[in-house]
Design a protein around this ligand. Sequence first.
Ligand code: SF4
Length: 764
Amino acid sequence: MSEKRKVQIVPPEEFGELKMVPPKDKAVGMPAVISTMKHISKEMGIWKGLKLLNKMNQKDGFDCPGCAWPDPDGKRSGLGEYCENGAKAIAEEATDRRVNPAFFEKYSVEEMSQWTDYKIGKSGRLTDPMYLAKGSSHYVPISWEEAFQKIADKLKSLDSPEEAVFYTSGRTSNEAAYLYQLMVRQFGTNNLPDCSNMCHESSGSGLSQTVGIGKGSVTLDDLHEAELIVVMGQNPGTNHPRMLSALEKCKNNGGKIISVNPVPETGNNVFVDPQNPMALLKGGTTLTDLFLQVRINGDVALLKAIMLLMLEAEEKAPGTVFDHDFINEYTAGYDAFMAELKQANLQEAIEQSGVEEKQIRKAADLFIQRKKIIICWAMGLTQHENGVDNIKEIVNILLLKGSIGKKGAGTCPVRGHSNVQGDRTMGIWEKPKDGFLDNLDSHFGIKTPRHHGYDAVDSIKACYENKVKFFLCLGGNFISATPDSQLTGEALQNCDMTVQVSTKLNRSHLVTGEEAIILPCLARSDKDNQKTGFQFVSVENSMGIVHKSRGSLEPFSDKLKSEPAIISGIAHALFGSDLINWAEMADNYDTIRDHIEATISGFDNYNKRVRDPKGFYLPNGARERKFGTPDGKAHFTPIALPNRQVKEGRLIMMTIRTHDQYNTTIYGMNDRYRGIMGERRVVLMNKKDMKEHGLKNQDVVNLISEFRGEERRANKFKVISYDIAKGCIGTYFPEANVLVPIDSVAKGSNTPVSKFVEVRLEKM
Ligand code: SF4
């Protein structure tokens, strides 16, 4: 094995210029408009930026590359259907900065790896296919044909298809995802990890087992009509900002909102709609009626306490709290669940939740009084050892109320990347169902592999153990998105070849295998012109609506290729086109959609229906009380109190994002809503904990995580006194990912436990 390059795997331990200001008490409004303007004017100029934004999330436009929040079915706002973070995402991809061959000639991979992730990302759009040879320090240009051939040759040289891994990020369109999984399965493996493995896998697992579909059940209209919405472990103001409009509509219709989080987030507090002059004048709408500051991982305990109080009320006045008609007709497992619930101790549950009893009683009253309830959640629920149980407990409480499969009620896992849900629908999954593989086999005349492949965590471990020699990423920034950064970096360096299909430079281009290839692709906002003319792609949002997306910006270089064209090029070099006509699919995406229609249910008349400007809803049994479980029932699950404790003197760390960040893309250095400006290496800490640890504001500490006798270290973080639950701390990712142990995963979903890391602090 040749020597590995001496690159910096984890972000450098350097400080910016920290400035603290009071956290904001209102979200969006004029400050968001000003921030939007600043970002677009800096990256591409104000007029070009505004013109482009006018096309985003419009019926004839392109889908925001940010989160998967749905657009209204009906009329879209002429003033813009986007948020500050959607605008930042588009400013990043339509930036005028370029990473071209001259850039790569100037900087070695070692040198670039010393930069912060912010600086790497700000370098700009990739212009040319690039190749990093074994033992070389600099990328050099390579032709597309040569790049495809090198990839095909490497794949053909492997001892087994299992030595290759093919990762997908949630930006990938339906068409590209379908082609990709087809190529990978024709090659002979199901090693198809995706970003869903690291975020909502626990949701998919918990929901599939209980209500028979791994997706949420609600629509946007349901949110507007709900009597009670509970937002758990989620920060919509930063991560899904247009959700605030839906919450506001719920409030205007008389609904109530409970927010559950270890940190009060501005976005859940007051929303000022920037498109509403009255809101700007009057100061907006208070969204949260009741804030419950749980201890990290106190969610099951909180729900348990609420259910115990509901049970008390039900026993006093039978039939007034629980929906027995629904329970009798549509559910299974009620008796076993009740037996478990009755054994739980209310005081113990209250104590474990970290929330005051009187607050919990208020929440229980809202659950008791209301019949149309929606629970929304994100990573704060899923990235725990008991992440799957968290979701099952959410289902339990909704089933008690009959709050699923009717207007204004149901499950709402909020997806974080624009097509993460669609990619899974297209077959990007390491555990595909036999029925889907049978369809591929009979439709294409291939023989797909049946054994399950590696998910994200298992892929990293397999690379680390030298079982994998080839790693291709279709989008994303794998090294910065994954846990245990140092180990993950070393694992990727064990590969013979790593390949990245990307729009912009990121750390994953710098922490590579012996050989590395970068394939620059078109972005969502770019026009996509193929042999048969301009193409559009399609995506599926968080609520199961499939719709088209057509870019409108002239690509800045004719060297860029679309993702379908790139996959088709690799597949053709690998297999030729005798069995599957890869070139035909890249030339005309209607052909891909015809294949999708023939092999995946729910896509009848795909090419016709996707041209409807509104798109179309995919079938969702839970929405109609037709549960896709083996017995057709929705299932209650007995869940014990998790009671996860840490050792004396240790704290529970969760990783979080800043407001200037989307997933691994860092748009700026400020966390405006939290009032933390100019610095990312910070630890948000409760002031009582600071006192107990003898710390004051801006003291510098090292963080050491402890897991099964192993220690991991991230040095140099500034302590910040913050309103976070006692015993808990918050740190930004990717800087703190190095502390998340690779073996610390959710039971039943293998999702990294990024929200419960036991750490000790070491004062510098
Ligand atoms: S809410 Fe999500 S999808 Fe909508 S504009 Fe913002 S980032 Fe984009």
